[in-house]
Ligand binder design. Sequence first.
Ligand code: FES
Length: 171
Amino acid sequence: MEPATIGGDGQRSRHDGPPGPGRADAPSSPARRRFLRFLVGFSATSTIGMIVAPVVGFLVPPRTQGGGGGRAVAGTLQDIPANTGKVVAMGSAPVIVVNTEAGVKAFSAVCTHLGCIVDFDTTTRHIICPCHDGHFNPSSGAVLSGPPPAPLPPVAVAIENDEIVLVPGGG
Ligand code: FES
């Protein structure tokens, strides 16, 4: 058997075989182990977070202005001047707010015919449905002409400090 090669300085050369556990550059050194543990922990935490976050997001409903059916601010009186109207969101429901000679009124913006979203027409000063030319009275929501079978359901409105506040369930 041939003896192990020893260099001129009495140390084993780099070509003597794989690094052993006692060497400073070995993969099992404490610093490397801590770093690898950190990487594994970080990866596991990130993976769990990526799985859990969408599940929680799906199960917990988002908070919207108006609290998903609660009071909602439609804007100020300057946003909706006389003889104009605007469709706003009250939670997930569209509401048309109109500023008429009878005051500020609000109605569901879902047409009672086939469910299109209505709008305010400044020429006729009617709430109109673009789908089948339905016309509604902006003061009462009553059907004026066209195929809609019923008036637009009213939404209660309050004016608070120049703000137009929609109050669900108060129509
Ligand atoms: S959906 Fe509005 S008139 Fe038909």
